[in-house]
Design a protein around this ligand. Sequence first.
Ligand SMILES: [Zn+2]
Length: 81
Amino acid sequence: MTEPREPLIPCDQAVRQLWAYVEASVPPVDHAKITEHLAICQRCCGELEFVKHLRGLLAAQTTDEVPPELIRQLNQFVEEL
Ligand SMILES: [Zn+2]
């Protein structure tokens, strides 16, 4: 017998919350689910690195606005799933 456990969240759900995830602005319960997903999903793990990279770029800018081009890239990734 295996213990009942919640299924992993789907990729699109994980990716949509990645930005909030790296900013630690997701609720702990969601944070845990995303961490669990990233642990087994190579694809989203790569996307996490991408988001972190973007944050680094944004941190180097004087504006705190996310460039539309970056938003578009993120959305494009989600649509490709
Ligand atoms: Zn995934």
